[in-house]
Each structure stands twice: as C-alpha cells, then as structure tokens.
Write a protein that binds this ligand. Sequence first.
Ligand code: ZN
Ligand code: ZN
Length: 142
Amino acid sequence: MTTTHKGACFCGSVQIEVTGEPAAMGYCHCESCRHWSAGPVNAFTLWPPANVKITKGADNVGKFAKTPRSIRQWCKTCGGHLLTEHPEMGLTDVYAAILPKLDFKPGLHVFYEETTLRIPDGKPKQKDVPAELGGSGVLLAE
Ligand SMILES: [Zn+2]
Ligand SMILES: [Zn+2]
C-alpha cells in the first residue's frame, strides 16, 4: 500500500499530495531559503518529482527561479509557500510545514556554513550538501 500525504497552502486554494516516502528530510540553513522564507531555517522534505502532485489550484501557483537550481513556488492568493523544484538534483522539496500529517524526521542539516541559527541536535551538519547530491560532503561542527 502506498502512503499518501495531503497538504495545502495557507488559504487552501492550492492542494498538494505526495506519495511514498521522502528521499530525505532535514533543515536547510542557506541564505536563499532564509531570504525567501523570511525565516531562520527551512524544514525540507525531498521527493522524486513524480511523487508530488498539485491536486487543486495548479493555475494559482506562482514560480520564481533566482537560479536554475531552485524553482520556488507559492500560492498567488495567500502568498503561502508550497515547494521548491530542484531540477539538477532531480528532487522536489515540499516544505515540512505544508505536510502536517507527515512524520517529520530530520536526518541532516544542509548549508550549515551559512547558518544564523545553530541547532545542536546531534544530526550531521553538512557544509553544503552531501556528496551523493552533488555537494562537498564536508561536515561541520555544531
Ligand atoms: Zn493560498
Ligand atoms: Zn536552502
């Protein structure tokens, strides 16, 4: 049986569904995530794009790509953030806050080099991203 998790934007006009298990979950500390979200970290869940479906309001989704690596998407009615496509990584980040029923189990921190909020939780602190995702794989102290 395949697990399905439903989510929605802040106003509910965009609805989203993810199926299966995320490829990874954790926290991103990068400057771009912080600047765009206006928050100190982004709690991410990464999925193969085929497992992510916008089930309602797809024509109400705005998109912005400051770099080709991240296509950030939000609801045009409420401004609530939904997801970021990472085409080079082949994964889509559906923000953990959008999937309230998903059991969020962060496994790592990425772009800890850029952190403004240290989180000493014992999880690995990647300088950028793991080598298998095209990064340096270098670990930093908490
Ligand atoms: Zn909305
Ligand atoms: Zn980030």
